[in-house]
Write a protein that binds this ligand. Structure first.
Ligand code: IVH
Length: 670
């Protein structure tokens, strides 16, 4: 064969193998006998071996796993990967429904889906080719696990249309594969995985894609990243059907429900049938179907208001409560923890469980020596449900909270209106350690490699007394810590260095100011732009900010009024930490221009800009980009082949521009 013929043949083999693979793995309807598939694959492999330049990145041969990676790169998601609010019972569901209907102003149609218990991933396609896949990470930044995801047979490497699209879904390990994997690990003397979710997550975190390839992972996709309306669908159910036509596997157990009663019936049906499935589900996701309604409902900082996850009740087991331990948290709250006879529940062995506070122990009459029922709240955090009083021998001991801090001996106080007892000594070592631990945590400064054990050592050795000391740590100092080798020290130093550039809201949240959670931190960072501006702000000024109340305003001014705090901040600054907000601030927005305060809808195909570029530019000029046309829309930008949205805009007599007009007006101002 000459070169041209060879290229053609490779192209053809790629096409055929993609087609056959889709039919076999996704549709479960093989088009050809296995032998035919194998024969084509062998032919392709032979050509690729001889002509490596003809290996397409999305060649079906890439599923077996290529080179070993040295690490995972970071990927910023084009729009955040959010999580869902939870519903634990019928009341929660009815509340969700009522709130949603009130906000929408009319009855709603829901779509119910199984909540697959795996790992959320994002898949990016350009012109129909799989280019990048990533984990959810902290929701904004995830890890690039493209090589591992290519090994998942039901992730199409090539779509059936040349779409440029970001798709989200859940990678999971079927129960059968999980059982087989653990059996073989057992045989090899390796630690078995606790549950299919851990096994799936562990497989995707391997640097050697061949391992992932051997693990029989699968995926159900459940949505389109960013604004799903871009692809011409009006509802979530249509979007899922569209994903099917592109060649993805969606879960077919979904159903549209016309009322919350139908939703509840769906949940009851699947609660009963759950065990029959070949994959684990941990609940049911309920989503408002129409995109127009979704948009009206919008989002909170963490999750959409148009969806919720019903969580199946947790598995409960019985064990003995051996003792009650006390821990001091970041804000000085002393929490009692149950020490349990280790027992397996929901996939892991549990030896400790939070008892929350003294009142709860009294209320439930929990005593040391009791036989107790435990479960995992939200399937993660172990808790004591109740003691089995009929099983008491009479030797059980009622528990009394101490009146002094178990760590620093200072007197504990109960703040007005609080059930918790607090150690109010700001120098209490337990609190200082917790503060450091919070500072490095993922949603704060995200310094990987500092766990509780490392914090303990750093603090006890005197190397780190406040968070600013993290930035002066040296290699030699870190090497003196237990179980810290050259490699982990160098990674840790790198992580510390990288964290210096974090945007202000991460630092603000990391400082652990009372009542300042992630959302308030972001609002404050956005509003003030720099830490210094915030530090000088007075309470009145803070209270003028929408969504900042008296409690937060008071906590912020008290915090920055403290000399020790100011001292730490000066040290952070001296060590080169970024103290600025990196997103757009209110001040950055222009005061006037064609887009200020305008709601703009993009529709049809754009050719000069990508959707995202257009959106970002409009937003940077003070506009808001929305997914659906309504009376509130000020302007519609119609690209090629614009359809129903353009028609609606005309019907509502909303101004319509073409892409050239858009680009010209962006040019004027930007
Ligand atoms: S929708 C904006 N649908 O559950 C919310 N999530 O907190 C997008 N999950 O980590 C999520 N099955 O990975 C959605 N059918 C389903 C799901 C599902 C599993 C996971 C998802 C996320 C978590 C929700």
């Amino acid at each position: 064969m000459d070169r041209i013929e060879l290229e053609k043949r490779v192209e053809q083999l790629n096409d055929l193998l993609h087609e056959y693979g889709h039919a076999y793995y996704v549709l479960d309807r093989p088009l050809v006998p296995d032998a035919v598939y194998d024969q084509y694959m062998q032919e392709l492999l032979a050509i690729e071996a001889e002509h490596p330049d003809l290996i397409y990145p999305d060649s079906p041969s890439q599923r077996v796993g290529g080179e070993i990676l040295s690490g995972f790169g970071k990927v910023e998601h084009t729009s955040p990967m959010l999580s869902l609010s939870n519903a634990f019972n019928e009341t929660d569901l009815r509340d969700f429904d009522r709130r949603a209907r009130e906000a929408a102003g009319h009855a709603l149609t829901y779509i119910c889906e199984l909540k697959i218990d795996g790992l959320a991933v994002s898949l990016s396609y350009e012109n129909g080719r799989f280019v990048q896949g990533s984990t959810r990470g902290d929701g904004t930044i995830g890890e690039d696990i493209t090589a591992n995801l290519k090994t998942v047979r039901t992730i199409p490497l090539r779509l059936r249309e040349p779409a440029t699209i970001e798709v989200r879904g859940e990678v999971y390990m079927p129960k059968r594969s999980f059982a087989a994997l653990n059996a073989s690990r057992d045989e090899a003397g390796e630690e078995p995985f606790a549950n299919p979710r851990n096994a799936a997550a562990g497989s995707l975190r391997q640097l050697d894609p061949k391992i992932a390839a051997s693990r029989h992972l699968a995926i159900y996709v459940y949505g389109i990243g960013g604004d799903g309306t871009e692809y011409g669908q009006d509802s979530h159910s249509d979007a899922l059907d569209y994903l099917d036509t592109l060649g993805f596997e969606t879960n077919k157990a979904r159903e549209r429900c016309r009322s919350i009663d139908e939703v509840i019936q769906y949940i009851e049906k699947w609660s009963a049938k759950r065990a029959e499935l070949d994959y684990e589900i941990d609940g049911i996701v309920v989503k408002v179907d129409a995109f127009e309604d979704q948009e009206q409902l919008g989002f909170t900082a963490r999750s959409p208001r148009w969806a919720t996850a019903f969580k199946f009740p947790a598995e409960e087991v019985v064990t003995k409560l051996l003792d009650i331990d006390l821990t001091v948290g970041r804000t000085g709250v002393v929490t009692p923890t149950a020490i349990l006879e280790p027992v397996r529940v929901a996939g892991t062995t549990v030896g400790r469980a939070s008892l929350h506070n003294e009142d709860l122990i009294k209320e439930k009459d929990i005593r040391i020596g009791d036989t107790v029922v435990i479960r995992k709240a939200g399937d993660i955090i172990p808790e004591v449900v109740m003691p089995l009083i009929e099983q008491r021998s009479g030797n059980e001991l009622p528990f009394e909270m101490p009146d002094h801090c178990p760590e620093c001996e200072s007197e504990l106080v109960r703040m007005e209106g609080e059930v918790a007892l607090r150690c109010v000594n700001p120098q209490c070592p337990a609190q200082m350690k917790e503060a450091i631990f919070h500072f490095v945590s993922r949603n704060a400064m995200n310094i990987e490699g500092i766990g509780e054990r490392v914090v303990d050592q750093l603090y006890n050795s005197g190397l780190v007394r406040d968070v600013s000391d993290l930035y002066t740590l040296t290699k030699e100092q870190l090497l003196t810590l237990e179980r810290m080798g050259e490699k982990s020290v160098s990674n840790l130093l790198k992580a510390i260095e990288v964290s210096k550039a974090n945007s202000l809201e991460k630092l603000l949240f990391g400082l652990g100011i009372r009542h300042v959670g992630e959302k308030a931190a972001t609002i404050l960072a956005e509003e003030f732009g720099t830490l210094h501006a915030l530090m000088e702000a007075e309470e009145d000024r803070l209270m003028q900010i929408h969504e900042i109340g008296e409690k937060v305003a008071d906590a912020v001014t008290t915090y920055f009024g403290n000399d020790d705090v100011r001292d730490v901040i000066h040290k952070l600054e001296a060590n080169g930490l970024n103290l600025m907000y990196k997103g757009l601030t209110v001040q950055d927005l222009p005061a006037e221009g064609p887009f200020v305060g305008k709601t703009v809808v993009l529709t049809g195909k754009l050719s000069l800009l990508t959707r995202n570029e257009a959106k970002e530019k409009i937003e940077s000029l003070g506009g808001k980009v929305s997914g659906s046309v309504s009376k509130k829309t000020d302007l519609v930008i119609a690209g090629e082949d614009a359809g129903s949205k353009l028609a609606k805009a005309n019907e509502l007599e909303i101004p319509v521009w073409d892409e050239t007009q858009l680009v010209e007006s962006l040019g004027e101002k930007g």
